[in-house]
Design a protein around this ligand. Structure first.
Ligand SMILES: Cc1cc2nc3c(=O)[nH]c(=O)nc-3n(C[C@H](O)[C@H](O)[C@H](O)COP(=O)(O)O)c2cc1C
Length: 269
């Protein structure tokens, strides 16, 4: 897979992985490639923990699933992220960003327009959508052969100082190397982020992974090999759309959008 292809094909996996363990060589390769990322003054502030222990993965899955149910049923998740949710191809074609919920159980479809109203939240709770999503999320995480914890060295990552931006930027670059490499290895990757959405749940994962005081746990991912046929969860989204260059690129100054590239970008794979 050449580099440009790898970048264009990189995506988030929202479905199950094969139960097959991720080979030691692939784990070593992912960590080598992460370590090749740029960092301020080559400080390499990232640290990684690879988790294959079934008991630990099950516990993280419990925390993730119940956090999703809680964040979805108390409305905080929808309130926080509703600007990114799309329910029609037309809306997605017009906005070219966010998440298109293009797979929804039939009983839910008529109510998408009310999804973010108080009535909509009540309806979703009565249809037990938060529980369905939480259970599905728990199953996805528990079914993953590998979890990856990403941490930053607190001596580099000092919130409120320039170093915190530099460290987060470097961590993002390291993660992108991993994300791109998974595609070339027939693997998938997805954030396990719902424990961040519910107070106290992230701390449970930090304790589980025995994260020392000198490190800050910044993210957790689930990884694994992709099955031939990728089964989509009951409630699923796609987010392949991207803005046109004229919507995010300027020429010479920020008053002049870059034109003439939009067609080329819509025709690439
Ligand atoms: C900081 C950050 C947080 C994210 N959190 C989640 C998440 O909680 N769950 C998830 O499925 N994807 C998550 N993603 C993946 C994005 O949803 C995804 O990158 C975006 O929708 C574009 O889709 P793509 O990765 O398939 O190109 C996150 C991505 C970033 C950079």
């Amino acid at each position: 897979m050449d580099l440009f292809d790898a970048i264009r094909r990189r995506k988030t996996t929202n479905g199950p992985f094969l139960p097959d363990p991720v080979s030691e060589e692939h784990q070593r390769l992912l960590m080598e490639l992460a370590g090749r990322a740029p960092s301020q003054l080559n400080s390499q502030p990232w640290r990684f923990v690879l988790i294959e222990n079934r008991d630990t993965i099950e516990k993280v899955a419990d925390i993730s699933g119940s956090s999703m149910t809680e964040a979805m049923s108390n409305g905080t998740f929808f309130e926080r992220y509703k600007p990114y949710f799309r329910f029609s191809k037309e809306e997605m074609a017009q906005r070219r960003d966010g998440m298109l919920f293009d797979k929804l159980p039939a009983p839910l479809r008529p109510f998408t327009s009310q999804a973010f109203t108080p009535g909509g939240q009540k309806l979703m709770n009565s249809l037990r959508v938060p529980q369905t999503l939480g259970k599905e999320n728990r199953k996805l995480v528990a079914g993953s052969p590998l979890l990856l914890g990403v941490m930053l060295d607190r001596s580099e990552y000092r919130p409120g100082e320039l170093s915190s931006f530099y460290s987060i930027f470097s961590m993002g670059a390291a993660m992108e190397n991993i994300w791109l490499a998974t595609g070339a290895l027939g693997m998938g990757i997805q954030f396990v982020s719902f424990p961040m959405e519910v107070p106290g749940r992230w701390a449970e994962i930090e304790t589980l992974l025995q994260v020392p005081d000198e490190l800050e746990l910044m993210a957790v991912y689930r990884l694994g090999y992709l099955p031939e046929e990728q089964r989509r969860p009951a409630i699923d989204w796609s987010s392949h759309e991207r803005k046109l260059p004229s919507q995010y690129v300027f020429s010479e100054n920020c008053r002049t959008p870059r034109t003439g590239w939009d067609e080329a970008s819509t025709s690439s794979p």
